[in-house]
Write a protein that binds this ligand. Structure first.
Ligand SMILES: Cc1cc2nc3c(=O)[nH]c(=O)nc-3n(C[C@H](O)[C@H](O)[C@H](O)COP(=O)(O)O)c2cc1C
Length: 187
């Protein structure tokens, strides 16, 4: 069975980003694709030190946080969806810190993620989703990971915002889930 890893890059385990990823998850599951969750948490995370200790090992030298477990989790999946809250028109800084180390060790120094599908999703109050998505998609594009296309940008307005329920965003994320499942099941 194909499996997709849903990476929640928010400091909140079950709030807006979780809700957006759940919309994608439902469609994947309905199409027969298994899902697994990975929450980056809200603990301290070191930045990449550019120490090059990952060279030849494809693992980060700092083994006391979520980075190496996340490398293992991606290796065990056929595709990943990375969800982030938008912070100042960018992904959550803690998530970027984690991903810099994950993709430098696991991809730059291992090419472990080649051929796995990638998609990114941004939740926000009102604006800045496109620049956040552009930053996340870069990790896939340099790692040999095909990016799942959709009919609109993968953005979801917070149900807690003054804009009310984001019906269009929900439908668009449902479509992303269906597209990802279709690509996975054709492989
Ligand atoms: C530090 C910070 C910066 C933020 N910057 C933006 C922003 O630039 N644009 C926006 O629309 N929302 C912004 N927000 C709101 C969050 O993106 C929004 O509440 C998001 O849905 C939270 O997701 P979560 O519940 O999964 O953490 C910001 C929130 C924080 C804490």
């Amino acid at each position: 069975m194909k499996k997709v890893l849903l990476i929640n890059g928010s400091s909140h385990e079950k709030r807006d980003t979780h809700e957006a990823l759940e919309i994608v998850e439902k469609e994947l599951n309905a199409a027969g694709v298994e899902t697994e969750w990975f929450w980056i948490g809200n603990g301290p995370v070191r930045g990449c030190m550019d120490c090059e200790m990952c060279e030849g090992k494809a693992r980060c030298v700092f083994d006391d946080d979520v980075v190496n477990p996340l490398i293992d989790a991606i290796c065990g999946a056929d595709g990943v969806v990375i969800g982030t809250p938008v912070y100042f028109c960018a992904p959550n800084g803690a998530l970027m810190t984690v991903l810099n180390r994950v993709f430098y060790a696991g991809s730059e120094h291992g090419r472990l993620f080649e051929g796995k599908l990638g998609a990114s999703v941004a939740t926000m109050w009102r604006s800045g989703g496109n620049s956040a998505l552009a930053a996340l998609d870069k990790y896939f594009m340099i790692s040999g990971m095909p990016v799942v296309p959709n009919k609109y940008w993968n953005m979801y307005f917070s149900p807690r915002s003054d804009l009310g329920e984001d019906g269009f965003g929900k439908e668009n994320l449902q479509n992303l889930g269906r597209n990802m499942a279709e690509m996975l099941l054709k492989k």
